[in-house]
Design a protein around this ligand. Sequence first.
Ligand code: BGP
Length: 460
Amino acid sequence: MFPNEFLWGGATAANQIEGAYDADGKGLSVQDVLPRGIKGPASEGATDDNLKLQAIDFYHRYREDIDLFAEMGFKVFRLSIAWSRIFPRGDEAEPNQAGLEFYDRVIDYLLTKGIEPMVTLSHYETPLHLTREYGGWTNRKLIGFFENYARTLMEHFAGRVRYWLTFNEINSVLHFPILSGIEGTPEEVGTQNLYQAIHHELVASARATKIAHQIDPANKVGCMILAVPRYPLTPRPDDALAALTAAHDDFAFGDVHCRGYYPGYLLRKLRDLGVELNITEDDRTDLQHTVDFVSFSYYMSACESATERTGGEGNLIGGVPNPTLQASEWGWQIDPVGLRIILNEYWDRWQKPLFIVENGLGAKDELVDGTVNDDYRIEYLNDHLVQAGEAIADGVQLLGYTAWGCIDLVSMSTAQMSKRYGFIYVDRNDDGSGSLTRYKKKSFDWYRRVIESNGSVLKR
Ligand code: BGP
């Protein structure tokens, strides 16, 4: 059911695993001043109680971790490069060589292990200087800074990295502007600034795609979308319309990345909001550099209603709770069938190869006798992979699957260590204590067998 060349693997982000937040010339990123995650207040500078400052110390332990990934049989490893390691402030002309050298070591080691690196250019870790001095992506200048950053990496890693993702979950900016380096709530930022920032990111993404193809036509560039299938809460047409309208907020990003221009429903929304975007002729030309594939994260679905607006805890996008589904300990509603639905919707809509680059269950684990009996995680992953297989049988072209947080890491939304996703347990606690020793969970061997059998051991 899974094609022979299917890319099995795992996914991480620099700020959630590396630590070494100021080593070898690294500058601060917005994550270094968010000790409570995106829902907590930002601090002036890096504070000791921010678990991300040390994270799981991948910076020094990457060989041991990659050895474990290789033991599971990973074909691909998704990592992000911390922009502030390469350009500590973000606006320099020349890169920090020591930052490049760290990723040389990681990427070369992956390649010696036969693991394909997939690099996210910007995973929620805008250099802090660009946030505080420029207003993050609200400022058009960031397009040029990002272009310089993307070109630097793509030239430096030419022939070694073939898979590139531009912005992690690019649609999340609508809900949490700080993820695009913009301080304030969406209301404080205002719709005009927010959509102008989105426009800048879309242009920057297209320019990075153009550069990738110029440098090496074999490069494959994907956009990355936070995918949440939206169901109408009831069969009422108004609820179905509410679901479509909410889905459009996500589709819009894929539409621009895949079609190269703004869709009509988005132009209408902007008119209704009174937003007038500054779009140059060059912007329009750049946007025509469309992506090679569409990647996305999938954790949950949500209901939408024309009358009810609240209740959903979820991911970054709340919605209204679905009365038919169970939720994780953090309130994310578990819906494997939703994955098949979104795969079909995206494939039908864009006819571009798809890549599931995040999926997994955040749960509290108990280490007993040097392992974790995480049957709940195995069940979650099994059920989602079965639905991915169904989508492939439906005709969807799916390139691969990277399980989120393949090794325990610091949570993005809450900055906790105790919200664990990994096949590998890392001894670190929410209070920062722990030896950082790695242990294989039960799911480690399970995933190894899934990969080895190319999915045929999955239980339907
Ligand atoms: C996605 C992010 C990741 C990640 C994941 C799980 O939205 O791209 O960075 O962490 O969600 O979220 P959390 O860490 O909040 O459980």
